[in-house]
Design a protein around this ligand. Structure first.
Ligand code: CA
Length: 231
């Protein structure tokens, strides 16, 4: 089996070393870059499987690095942010990042994010052209427009269904409020975000047929939502 190659973009040497030591110990291969320019070059020449990207780089903003890489590549990007404000993460996610880690983070958190992203990568690589989406007990037939949890067919409103489609089509990825409301209503006013919360609550209630099943939809407070792959 070929090892997953991670490009680690981080100018802070101790943090970079912590990450690369962790990757080494868990059978990942890695490349490193200490600034944005090198990160873009390494991505274009070595085509890594996943990028871990610090947002505060000496030569350019991490968000700009995402913007440039997204002009030609869909490589999963996990943003590392030292800043506690959620706006940076949100901007990074809206620009095309897949997930984020906030400094200081634990080795376990880093490994968990990588696992989620690898699963997402595996789905991306198999083409994902299937009209049926399965995740744990959830079955979504896009072609028929029908949803089941185990044996039970769910009756969703058009907006709940659309919401579920957006989340499932981006399974493993953190979607911001702006991204989701834009997809559903074509706008992202404060009212839309408030409505989104209401629809999300009713959707979740309908999805909770089996209380023992792990939570499918994770809330990122102040940021957005993420569907986790549970099977
Ligand atoms: Ca930094």
């Amino acid at each position: 089996m070929t090892k997953t190659v991670i490009l680690v973009v981080e100018d802070d040497a101790p943090v970079r070393n912590l990450i690369t030591t962790t990757l080494d110990a868990h059978d990942y291969k890695y490349l490193v870059a200490a600034n944005g320019r090198t990160a873009i070059m390494e991505t274009s020449s070595h085509n890594p499987d996943i990028i871990l990207l610090d947002l505060g780089l000496p030569d350019m903003d991490g968000v700009e690095v995402i913007r440039r890489i997204r002009t030609w590549s869909n490589v999963p990007i996990i943003v590392i942010s030292a800043r506690s404000e959620s706006t940076d993460k949100i901007e990074a996610l809206d620009t095309g990042a897949d997930d984020y880690l906030t400094k200081p983070f634990s080795v376990e958190e880093l490994l968990a994010r990588l696992r989620v992203t690898r699963r997402r990568l595996a789905v991306m690589q198999t083409g994902n052209a299937s009209p049926v989406f399965m995740n744990g007990s959830l079955k979504l037939d896009y072609a028929a427009g029908r949803v089941w949890m185990g044996e039970n067919e769910l009756h969703l409103t058009p907006i709940e269904y659309k919401l579920l489609c957006i989340l499932s089509q981006n399974v493993g990825k953190v979607l911001t409020h702006t991204y989701i409301t834009q997809k559903i209503w074509g706008s992202s006013w404060e009212n839309d975000v408030a409505s989104l919360r209401v629809f999300m609550a009713t959707l979740r209630k309908k999805l909770t047929v089996d209380p023992d099943m792990p939570t499918l939809i994770q809330t990122h407070i102040g940021v957005g939502y993420q569907m986790l792959r549970v099977d």
